[in-house]
Design a protein around this ligand. Structure first.
Ligand SMILES: [Zn+2]
Length: 361
C-alpha cells in the first residue's frame, strides 16, 4: 500500500519536473516579460534615471490585467530586471483594476516631477517572438506620453496640469493621487491600501489614519483584535481589509451603523462640539474585555484649495500625507470607555446608535 502511494507520488513529481521547464518559458511569458523590459528601457531613457533610483516609482495594473486570456504578471519581472524598481524597495505597486481593463504602466520621477504613461499597442500582443525581437522600442506602445506629474507643478502651470489630465484620461485621478502621495511620504502600508482601493483619496485616508491613530493609542498584541464602528459607508472602509485584515468573506468588517440619526448628530455636536470620526475597541479574547475610544478630526492647517476641480482631492490627500508623522495633529480622542462581551455585541449591532451604547449621549 505504502509503496504504491510512494510510487504514485514520485510519478507525479517526475511529471511535474518534466512539465515545469516547458511552462516557465512560454511565448506569452516572453512577450509579457519583454514588454516590461521595453517599458523600463523607454522610461529610463525618457525620464533620465538609472538602475534602482529611489526617486522613481512605477505603478501598473500588470498582474491584474488579463490579455487574451493570459495573466500579465511577467511584465512586473521585466520592469524589475531592467529598472531595478521593485515592490520590496517600495517603488513598484500593482494597482487594482478589473481584469478585463487595458494594461498600462506609469513611471514617475519625484525628483523632476515628470511622469511617463505607457499603453502597449494592440498589435504587440499578436506578434511572434521573432517579430517582437525586431520591433523598434518606440513602436511597442500606442501611448507614450511624457507629462508633468507633480501636483504642485500642475497647479502652478494649469495648462500643463490640463494636458496631464487629458493624457491620463480615466486613469488620471488614480495615478496622480497615488504617485503624489508616494512622492510626499506615503509609507508602504498606505501604498498597499491605495493599491487595493485603486486611488488614494481623502476618504480612504479617513480610514487609514484612524487605524494608525488607534494602533498608537491602543496598541494590539497577538491575541487582540479591533472593532471599528462608523456611522456612514464611504471610501474609509477600504483601509481595513489591509490594515486590520477585515474582509467581507470573513465577516469581520468594520461596522456601519444606521442608528446615528440627524437628531443624535445634533445632540452629539451640542454636547461635545465635535463631529465623531468613529468608535474603536481593542478586544482581548482571553480576558473577555475591551478598551475603547471615540475619536474626532481636528481642523486642517493646510492652506485652503483654490485650484481647478481635478486637483481638489489629490491636493487634499497629499497635504494629509505630509502630516502622517504627527497623528495628534489630525485626530483627537474625545471619549474613553470599557466594554464586556455583551456591550461589544450591542456596539456591533448596526441597528443601534453606537454613541448611545457606550453612554456618550
Ligand atoms: Zn476613494
Amino acid at each position: 500500500m505504502r509503496t504504491g502511494i510512494l510510487k504514485l507520488v514520485s510519478g507525479i513529481l517526475l511529471l511535474c519536473l518534466l512539465i515545469v521547464p516547458a511552462m516557465a518559458d512560454t511565448a506569452d511569458d516572453f512577450m509579457f516579460k519583454e514588454l516590461g523590459e521595453r517599458a523600463a528601457l523607454l522610461a529610463m531613457d525618457e525620464l533620465g534615471f538609472g538602475y534602482g533610483d529611489p526617486d522613481v516609482l512605477v505603478l501598473t495594473n500588470a498582474g491584474r490585467a488579463v490579455v487574451d486570456g493570459q495573466p500579465t504578471n511577467k511584465v512586473l519581472s521585466g520592469i524589475t530586471n531592467i529598472s531595478g524598481l521593485s515592490n520590496g524597495d517600495g517603488n513598484l505597486y500593482t494597482i487594482n483594476r478589473a481584469d478585463w481593463k487595458a494594461l498600462w504602466i506609469y513611471f514617475y520621477d519625484r525628483d523632476t516631477g515628470m511622469g511617463l504613461y505607457l499603453v502597449p499597442a494592440d498589435r504587440y500582443y499578436t506578434m511572434t517572438k521573432g517579430e517582437i525581437i525586431s520591433l523598434p522600442l518606440e513602436n511597442t506602445f500606442s501611448t507614450a506620453d511624457l507629462i508633468t506629474g507633480d501636483i504642485y507643478m500642475m497647479l502652478e502651470d494649469t495648462d500643463a496640469g490640463n494636458a496631464t489630465q487629458e493624457a491620463l484620461g480615466g486613469n488620471a485621478f488614480s495615478l496622480l493621487s497615488i504617485s503624489n502621495s508616494w512622492a510626499y511620504g506615503a509609507p508602504y502600508d498606505l501604498m498597499t491600501v491605495a493599491s487595493l482601493h485603486n486611488h488614494l483619496c481623502p476618504g480612504v485616508l479617513g480610514g487609514y489614519i484612524p487605524a494608525k491613530y488607534v494602533e498608537e493609542k491602543l496598541p494590539a498584541e497577538e491575541s487582540d483584535s479591533y472593532t471599528a464602528v462608523f456611522t456612514s459607508a464611504s471610501c474609509k472602509l477600504d483601509a481595513f481589509p489591509i490594515m486590520w485584515d477585515m474582509t467581507p468573506g470573513k465577516q469581520n468588517l468594520a461596522i456601519v451603523s444606521d442608528g446615528f440619526t440627524e437628531d443624535s448628530q445634533a445632540a452629539f455636536t451640542e454636547k461635545y462640539n465635535a463631529t465623531p470620526a468613529g468608535v474603536f475597541v481593542r478586544w482581548n479574547s482571553g480576558e473577555k474585555s475591551g478598551d475603547g475610544i471615540v475619536i474626532a478630526s481636528l481642523p486642517s492647517t493646510s492652506p485652503a484649495y483654490e485650484g481647478p476641480s481635478w486637483g481638489t482631492k489629490v491636493y487634499g490627500s497629499v497635504e494629509k500625507v505630509k502630516c502622517l508623522g504627527d497623528l495628534d495633529s489630525i485626530y483627537t480622542t474625545i471619549y474613553e470607555f470599557k466594554v464586556d462581551s455583551d456591550e461589544l455585541s450591542e456596539l456591533k449591532n448596526p441597528e443601534n446608535n453606537p454613541y448611545e451604547v457606550i453612554g456618550m449621549i
